[in-house]
Write a protein that binds this ligand. Structure first.
Ligand SMILES: Nc1ncnc2c1ncn2[C@@H]1O[C@H](COP(=O)(O)OP(=O)(O)O)[C@@H](O)[C@H]1O
Ligand SMILES: O=P(O)(O)OC[C@H]1O[C@](O)(COP(=O)(O)O)[C@@H](O)[C@@H]1O
Ligand SMILES: [Mg+2]
Length: 530
């Protein structure tokens, strides 16, 4: 058994899972272990199981397991590079140097600006530590351990930023930007930074592909010429200057189109699905021996991309969601026996609901997809609502859209990208609450708020604005450094490049054993609804 396999049990399959897994499992959860040992939910068990599965093929009795693990880890986090295909590719000194700016007229050949003394570059051996907590025991709260003894194993990702040598001559670059999936605050900020940074390198040909991947096949959609002048103020509004879409052409059609247009740098802004597409585009380019750099920037208000502190747009979404919760609270608090129900986005991950509940401090019940619950019965949500009306006179429920999908009618439908169209848990909760209190003869004034599209259509807040700026700049640095099939993220407040498969092997979920979920439960004061 000395080898580390990446296989995962098919019954635990999650969307887009393919070749890689994150290595971690969580053992601690005093709350679940001591308060409800027999009631540990199926989902919680599945979550722990998923984590355990990922390490199950490591032979921990092998004295070399740690070295083998780290060698395997290093291999998995190695960044694909142009030289994997073009072994003879010769780099040139970077044209990105803030001390000696790129000449405005852009006359490069034989005259690349560089400054050997300038220490503003990232060394290719620089790394960012992925996990920063040393858990002295697997029973430490929220412990993420690789082995049963919870040994300390360093896991390093590649540091993002400008390199001293670049693999593209700016005058030979045609760069394209595409935004896919649903809207997300900050898309325009990232587009803007990519364009500005490309120009600083000296790139003159920059285009936007309209309406996501669809823009690669729909002949009526023409590319949008981009420059600093065009993008100067786009971050002042939400949405995407380029438009977004779900679904679209096949990967081979997209690559045909890239070839036809002469695009050799592609910046892809999107979530799990978009990144799966970006990785497939990268693979196809390698197969066809095309010198194209494909770099992703993770976009999703759901925050469901693995390994990073957060994705851009999430912070803004939480801030906006908090406003909706506040309205629900005021409505509920001002009514006799008022109950406010707010539904927030989060297809498979409850991060927005959890963080908005924590931020607002006004939520009594937070429901997320990762933690199952009952509506009816002695431990159900309705019973607790009745208790809250009795004790406090009002109550606020915050639910993620993906929560309690076992309690709503299945739609059996998928969207153009293949995402499951969810049943409406918000409406179900509203109906069941009204019915319940009517049946038991207690007055309840139920107000339902669904602010979902308002939350993602707004402009990025200051914190997301900065995140977008850094991610956009680093995406361009990564492409010029010759990397492809990578994405960029913030990890422990530092910026790193990650191979795309590592961040999309499954959606990042709220760990019901995590300190954060426990903090949320402490804040709401809610019991388990099972
Ligand atoms: N597995 C996949 N392989 C290739 N392309 C994909 C894949 N999944 C989704 N896509 C494409 O990525 C785009 C965005 O996907 P979607 O799931 O809607 O949003 P997001 O990227 O935000 O998760 C769509 O155009 C879709 O066709
Ligand atoms: O109505 P739409 O455009 O399909 O978007 C709804 C989806 O958007 C999301 O907030 C984000 O999804 P993406 O990351 O795929 O864009 C999901 O939680 C939600 O189900
Ligand atoms: Mg998605």
């Amino acid at each position: 058994m000395g080898t580390i396999s990446h296989a995962i049990s098919p019954k635990l399959s999650l969307p887009h899972q393919n070749t890689v897994r994150s290595y971690a499992f969580s053992r601690s959860n005093h709350r679940f272990q001591t308060l409800m040992p027999s009631k540990v939910s199926r989902k919680v068990r599945v979550f722990a199981e998923l984590r355990k599965q990922s390490t199950s093929s490591i032979d921990f009795s092998d004295p070399d397991w740690k070295t083998k693990f780290q060698r395997d880890f290093e291999q998995r986090f190695r960044l694909p590079h142009i030289t994997d295909i073009f072994e003879d590719a010769v780099p040139i000194p970077s044209t990105f140097c803030l001390k000696m700016r790129t000449p405005l007229n852009g006359d490069f050949p034989g005259n690349y600006p560089s400054d050997e003394e300038w220490h503003g570059y990232i060394n290719n051996n620089d790394r960012v530590l992925l996990k920063t907590i040393y858990y002295s025991s697997p029973t430490s709260a929220g412990a993420e351990c690789i082995d049963p003894g919870c040994n300390w194993v360093e896991q390093w990702a590649h540091r993002a930023g400008p390199r001293e040598k670049i693999y593209f001559k700016p005058e030979e670059v045609k760069a394209a930007i595409v935004t896919c999936g649903g809207l997300c605050p900050g898309l325009n900020d990232v587009i803007r930074q990519i364009v500005i940074t490309l120009e600083i390198y000296g790139v003159k040909r920059i285009v936007g592909i309209p309406f996501g991947y669809r823009g690669f096949s729909d002949t009526e959609l023409t590319e949008v010429l981009l420059s600093r002048k065009v993008v100067q103020n786009i971050h002042l509004s939400g949405g995407s200057l380029l438009g977004v879409s779900r679904g679209g052409p096949s990967v081979s059609e997209i690559v045909d189109n890239l070839e036809a247009r002469g695009i050799n740098m592609l910046f892809v802004l999107g979530g799990n699905g978009t990144h799966a597409g970006a990785n497939a585009i990268h693979d196809e380019c390698q197969k066809r021996r095309l010198k194209v750099a494909v770099v992703g920037v993770p976009k999703t208000i759901d925050n469901d991309i693995l390994l990073m502190d957060k994705t851009f747009g999430f912070d803004t979404a939480v801030e906006e969601a908090q406003r909706a919760i506040n309205s629900a609270y005021i409505e509920a608090h001002s009514a006799y026996h008022g109950i406010g129900i707010v539904k927030l986005m989060g297809r498979s991950s409850g991060f927005i609901a959890m963080h908005a509940s924590l931020a607002s401090g006004q939520v009594d019940i937070c429901l997320i997809p990762e933690v199952p619950f009952n509506i009816h019965g002695p431990h159900g949500v309705l019973n607790h609502l009745q208790y809250l009306l009795d004790k406090k006179g009002s109550a606020v429920v915050c639910t993620a859209e993906g929560a309690g999908q076992n309690l709503v009618q299945k739609t059996n439908a998928t969207d153009a990208s293949g995402n499951i169209v969810l049943g409406d848990i918000g409406v179900r909760l509203q109906q069941e609450t009204k019915k319940y209190f009517k049946e038991i003869g207690i007055h309840a004034d139920v107000k339902y708020i669904d602010p979902t599209y308002m939350i993602r259509a707004c402009r990025a807040n200051a914190s997301d604005g900065i995140l977008c700026t850094v991610l956009g700049q680093n995406a361009v640095h990564g492409a010029f450094a010759g990397f492809s099939g990578i994405t960029v993220g913030i990890i422990n407040t530092h910026y790193a490049y990650l191979p795309i498969p590592q961040v999309i092997s499954h959606p990042r979920l709220v760990d019901p054993n995590s300190r954060m979920w426990h903090r949320c439960l402490t804040s709401t004061g809610q019991p388990d609804f099972i």
